[in-house]
Design a protein around this ligand. Structure first.
Ligand code: EPZ
Length: 418
């Protein structure tokens, strides 16, 4: 199993080009099930979650070809309508295949995606959404069976603005006759990107990101060429790492409007941030001031996917912070690992208190989930001495060649095979 080996104490300095967003790519890859033609996606990083989704598409009958960092997916003739457990368990986002498989084939059989490390990750909102469109949904022996023979457009009311459920319902309705409206839907930028991709293929999806999403069903969708938005969570991770190491970095190919919650926190903690078009220049001004209060929320609130990374920064900031994780019930697994490195953190349920220290110390730590693992890398970058991080395949799910990028920014980090 590979590990990261980090020698801490180096400031991050230099430029980094942010890659395409994992959480935009995964639903768009699922949406390729809907397309009667070739889709070419450009600048696709080989995140392991992306590879897992491409494996599902191949299982379903897609022809998949890579050309440098572009990937062509041709689902002109789907062969199957099932996602078996051995494929579904590899990526949580496999549940996003349900809606498009059902819409294209009028039948679907998808294994549960399995709970992720950060919580139970129920899918009740996905299934009730399919039901609201007239699909017959049966759960049996770890599989979801859907029959879409009588599906028609209708109103779907989400009792929580779930990102995945919103995306699944959009994909289930683009080929379903009639008008569908999704109330209380999620407003994340990745959903706007999915709308833009589907409309580039001939769909009729409106208001993503700003209100009640409306979809007019169409008969078929053609192929297209597309490049997704850049990854706002990777952008935020590097910004927090820069603040933590006292560095100075330039981030390119970003959409600053996607990181407003984080930018306001960093400006208030004495970082200098200059924004121009798709470039963010950032300089830490000595030791960061503690954020004070931080609550994760649905977009445009502070993203849960940056909670662990923000906590790592609070461990070395000047002052005390309270962090509340409102989205997932088990997203504090990085705390014991940060404590091993000298973090002064106490927590109960979804609330934790971090008392900033002037120093962290290298240790052998374990990544329990993707973003918690990223927070340990950040802590290793500033810790005195050597840090070894195990289970880093979880980090590879959402960061592509992280050690290369950090090395180019001046960090002393290596991937070692155990
Ligand atoms: C997406 O997950 C992201 N993943 C997550 O990023 C992100 O943390 C999350 O949205 C919130 O922003 C992808 O886009 C692939 P949700 P998703 O459905 O769709 C509850 C990362 O690190 N819920 O918005 O699973 C759920 O339990 C990953 O890149 C239900 O109750 O998130 C949670 O408490 C981690 N029933 C809350 O909603 C449902 O049917 C938010 O979940 C669905 C969700």
């Amino acid at each position: 199993m590979s590990k990261f080996f980090i020698n801490g104490g180096k400031k991050l300095r230099g430029e980094v080009e942010i890659e395409s967003a994992k959480n935009a790519l995964l639903p768009i890859l699922s949406a390729c099930n809907l397309i009667d033609g070739k889709v070419v996606l450009h600048k696709v990083p080989a995140f392991s979650d992306v590879i897992a989704m491409l494996d599902v598409l191949k299982h379903l009958g897609a022809k998949v070809e890579w050309q440098d960092d572009s990937v062509t997916i041709d689902m002109t003739s789907p062969k199957r309508h099932d996602v078996p457990v051995e494929l579904a368990s590899k990526a949580r986002a496999s549940i996003y295949m349900l809606g498009p498989i059902l819409a294209r084939n009028k039948i679907a059989k998808v294994a549960y995606p399995g709970g992720c490390e950060i919580g139970l990750r129920p899918i009740d909102l996905h299934l009730s959404g399919m039901g609201a469109l007239g699909a017959k949904v049966v759960e049996k022996n770890g599989y979801i069976y859907c029959n879409g023979a009588n599906m028609k457009g209708g109103d779907v009311i989400l009792n929580f603005p779930s990102v995945g459920a919103t995306e699944n319902i959009i994909m289930a309705s683009v080929l379903t006759k009639g008008r569908t409206r999704i109330f209380n839907c999620a407003k994340e930028p990745e959903i706007v990107d999915l709308q833009n991709f589907l409309n580039a293929c001939g769909a009729k999806v409106y208001n993503a990101g700003c209100g009640v999403i409306e979809i007019e069903g169409v008969d078929r969708l053609n192929g297209c060429e597309y490049q997704t938005i850049s990854d706002r969570i990777i952008t935020g991770t590097y910004m927090l790492a820069c603040a933590m190491t006292g560095g100075e970095i330039t981030l390119k190919n970003v959409d600053p409007s996607h990181n407003q919650a984080l930018i306001s926190k960093l400006l208030n903690s004495s970082c200098q941030i200059h924004i121009k078009n798709d470039i963010i220049k950032m300089k830490a001004n000595g030791r960061a001031k503690a954020f004070g209060e931080l609550e994760t929320a649905v977009y445009p609130g502070f993203p849960t996917d940056l909670q662990a990374q923000a906590m790592a920064l609070q461990c070395v900031s000047d002052g005390t912070s309270m962090i509340v994780e409102n989205l997932f019930e088990a997203r504090f697994k990085h705390i014991p690992e940060l404590i091993k490195m000298g973090g002064d953190i106490s927590f109960r349920d979804r609330v934790c208190v971090v008392r900033g220290k002037s120093k962290l110390y290298g240790a052998d730590v374990f990544a329990h989930d993707l973003r918690g693992g990223a927070s340990l890398v950040m802590a290793g970058l500033v810790a005195e001495g050597y840090t070894t991080i195990s289970n880093i395949q979880l980090i590879d799910r959402g960061y592509f060649k992280l050690e290369h990028t950090l090395t180019a920014l001046g960090a002393d980090i290596k991937r070692i095979e155990d």
